[in-house]
Structures are given as structure tokens and as C-alpha cells.
Write a protein that binds this ligand. Structure first.
Ligand code: F6R
Length: 244
């Protein structure tokens, strides 16, 4: 695991955007695994700015998002489909047909998850997977539990995740209770992984991800076993980690 310490959120976002843009420059047909959440917004903004300048070209890139709330239509402003369009896809020269997010509008969980696993496998899995990390160490919507998950599956969100995500809804009651998420095994199939984290509230999770035991009680800890994983985090998120 490579750990890159940044001075602040902006520095984190710029460095993460540099890694992603290098990936796309080196391989224009890259398959990118993408995340939603507050953390990668700055990274997406930076990539959009470089794309507008002609420095990075997404026209041949395909993307596969980690997760989606179950029960939300693609047009719902709280859906991850909507998030990805408004925060990233609408601002870059990607072909929308090459962007993929689990189908939260499909109530048949088994079919939705099976179909998503199939298309991610057919794409050959991401060249680079971008991840955020939850305060409880979750990646995607893979919450702490007795074992590491495998493929795409439906999850019941934990109280702590519902609480954390409620900041983006009018009230906690409106946060969907279920989601479809790529499994931990699928995430580990990516050829490289880039985790972004900022802020003091992530410090415990970041410490456990990088230095704790590899334990499904902190799903992100499995990333220690990945052969090409980079963490880009600001001082606050790394405040519990040794400086060297
Ligand atoms: C989002 C996702 C989640 C977030 C995590 C951190 O697609 O998979 O695991 O990365 O909840 O969210 P933020 O960045 O909002 O703190």
C-alpha cells in the first residue's frame, strides 16, 4: 500500500486527478471503477477542468460505479446515477452509453446484481478503481460484518451509514434503507486501486485500513492485500497514522 499525504482537500483532489488522468493518457480505452460521495467531488471537478482544456480525453473510457440505492429511479436527484451525471459525466467528453451504475430501479435484487456482475466481468474489471472510505471502514456499501463479500449484492444499510448519508437528504427518513453494491472481491479484481480520504472523521477508518488487522469488521483493511493500492489522504485523515 502506497500512502500519499496531502496538505488539504484540494491537494488530495489534484493528486488523485493526476493519477486518474495518467491512467487515461497511458490507456485511452481504460475501464474506470468510480465512487460517489463527497470525497471524490473535487477530483471529478479537476478532471473535468483538464478535459475542457484538452489535457485528458474520456471519449474511449468506460466506467463502472460501485453502488446505487435500491428503489430510486435513474432520474431521482438522490440517485447515484444522477450524482455521476451532474458531478462528472455531464462535464467530460465521455460517451454516456459507456457509463454504468447498478440499476437501483430494478426491484429484482438477484437479477440486478447478477446483470451488473456480468457486465463488469465482460469489461475485464477496472484498470483503476477509485474508492472513498466510510467512517466505519466501509468501501462501496460493503459494511463491517463477519466476512468479506464477493460479487454484487443487496445490502441493508447500517444505522451509522444512514445517519452519515442523511446530510444529503431532507431528513433521515428519506434515506433508502437498501442498496446494490459491488462486492469486496470484485473491488479487489481491479488492477489498481486509488483510495481518497479527507477530514478528521475518517482518521480512525484510515488507520484501520492501512495499519489494522485485515478484518471484515473493517472492509477497507483488505486493501492491504492488494498489489497496487494507493491511498491519497490529507493530514487530518492521516492524523492517526505514523508519519513514515
Ligand atoms: C460511494 C461509496 C461509499 C463512499 C463512502 C465515503 O459510492 O461507495 O463507500 O465512498 O461512504 O463517502 P464520503 O466521500 O461522502 O465521505
Amino acid at each position: 500500500m502506497r500512502i500519499i499525504r496531502t496538505v488539504d482537500y484540494q491537494d488530495m483532489s489534484r493528486k488523485a486527478a493526476n493519477v486518474i488522468s495518467a491512467q487515461v493518457i497511458l490507456k485511452p480505452t481504460s475501464v474506470l471503477g468510480l465512487a460517489t460521495g463527497t470525497t471524490p467531488i473535487g477530483t471529478y471537478k479537476q478532471l473535468a477542468a483538464w478535459c475542457a482544456k484538452g489535457d485528458v480525453d474520456f471519449s474511449q473510457v468506460s466506467t463502472y460505479n460501485l453502488d446505487e440505492y435500491r428503489g430510486l429511479s435513474h432520474e431521482d436527484v438522490q440517485s447515484y446515477h444522477y450524482f455521476m451525471r451532474t458531478n462528472f459525466f455531464d462535464h467530460i467528453n465521455i460517451n454516456l452509453a459507456n457509463t454504468h451504475v447498478p440499476d437501483g430501479s430494478n426491484p429484482d435484487a438477484e437479477a440486478a446484481c447478477r446483470d451488473y456482475d456480468r457486465i463488469v466481468a465482460e469489461a475485464g474489471y477496472p484498470d483503476l478503481q477509485l474508492l472513498g472510505i466510510g467512517r466505519n471502514g466501509h468501501i462501496g456499501f460493503n459494511e463491517p460484518g463477519p466476512y468479506f463479500s464477493k460479487g454484487t449484492h443487496m445490502v441493508n444499510l447500517t444505522e451509522s451509514t444512514i445517519k452519515a448519508n442523511s446530510r444529503l437528504f431532507d431528513s433521515e427518513d428519506q434515506v433508502p434503507r437498501q442498496a446494490y453494491t459491488m462486492g469486496v472481491q470484485t473491488i479487489m479484481y481491479a488492477r489498481s486501486i486509488l483510495v481518497v480520504a479527507n477530514g478528521e472523521e475518517k482518521a480512525d477508518a484510515v488507520y484501520r485500513m492501512c495499519y489494522g488487522p485485515v478484518d471484515p469488521q473493517c472492509p477497507a483493511s483488505i486493501l492491504q492485500l492488494h498489489t497496487n493500492c494507493t491511498v491519497i489522504a490529507d493530514e487530518a485523515a492521516l492524523s492517526k497514522c505514523p508519519r513514515d
